[in-house]
Ligand binder design. Structure first.
Ligand SMILES: N[C@H](CCC[C@H](N)C(=O)O)C(=O)O
Length: 258
């Protein structure tokens, strides 16, 4: 007798996820099953899979897997989609807290727009004119001209598999300054091993590099899949009170054999 599971499909500015209510802890956390569910031809399709679970210290817990089936570090867009999913399940009214692999997160929802508090960032490493920082996931940030025409896969794959990063991997963000209040980023994502339409922790990382020493409270971040906004306060070398804001939508739901 085949096992079927209920799933929901969400997307946050085009970064898309298979979402499963796993409060009964029945989901089989096996790499191959998760990889198959994320497969865009043989499965539901998604950049990742996210489990909603109970947590003794917060409203719920987030468990995140990249589309390669491996559990990974924090996903900003996935976190925003999970908040929308938890709200849909009546887990909370308009403000919530949840735990993820990088700690406790606050979030609020207002007319489909989710504001997610990200972890503090206390250092931005400079590497030959580029930058490396961790916003819950590791990110490489480099500024380019005409990012729309940039060879994101080729160059992102090269950096991600370079000697410095081939072991642990890294997400690679290519950033173009559009104006003093706007950047446009494209991201090659670790664990998807391809460009995604949006990367929330990448948008946050790119925004912090852009905002550094500018004494500005926020920046608009355009991505292929839509628009995000990042708010942050700089205190010396540290960024605190960092919020990632943007839409998250339920696309469809269904049952699937596993
Ligand atoms: N692929 C990332 C995790 C998901 C990041 C991205 N989808 C986001 O919205 O932050 C990693 O393994 O580091």
């Amino acid at each position: 007798m085949q096992n079927t599971i209920d799933f929901f499909k969400y997307q946050g500015t085009g970064n898309d996820f298979v979402m499963i209510d796993n409060r009964d802890l029945q989901f089989p956390k096996e790499r191959e099953i998760i990889e198959n569910l994320c497969d865009r031809r043989f499965g539901i399709g998604g950049d990742g899979l996210i489990l909603l679970e109970n947590d003794p210290t917060a409203d719920f817990k987030m468990v995140y897997y990249n589309s390669d089936g491996n559990e990974s570090t924090m996903c900003g867009n996935g976190g925003r989609c999970l908040v929308a999913f938890a709200h849909f399940l009546d887990v909370f009214e308009d403000q919530t807290t949840f735990t993820a692999i990088d700690g406790l997160h606050e979030a609020e929802i207002n007319n489909g727009i989710i504001k997610l508090k990200m972890i503090d960032v206390d250092s931005i490493k400079k590497i030959d004119g580029d930058f490396e920082l961790n916003t819950g996931s590791p990110h490489y940030v480099t500024f380019v001209e005409n990012v729309e025409k940039y060879k994101v896969f080729e160059n992102g794959n090269k950096i991600r598999n370079s000697a410095s990063y081939c072991q642990e991997g890294i997400n690679v963000n290519f950033v173009e300054e559009i104006s003093e209040d706007e950047i446009f980023i494209r991201t090659y994502e670790r664990g998807v091993e391809d460009e995604t339409f949006s990367c929330g922790t990448g948008a946050t990382a790119s925004a912090l590099v852009f905002l550094k020493d500018k004494n500005k409270p926020s920046v608009n971040v355009n991505v292929l899949g839509g628009k995000l906004k990042v708010y942050a306060e700089q205190d010396g070398e540290t960024f605190k009170n960092i919020w990632l804001e943007g839409p998250a939508k339920q696309v469809f739901k269904g049952k699937i054999n596993i």
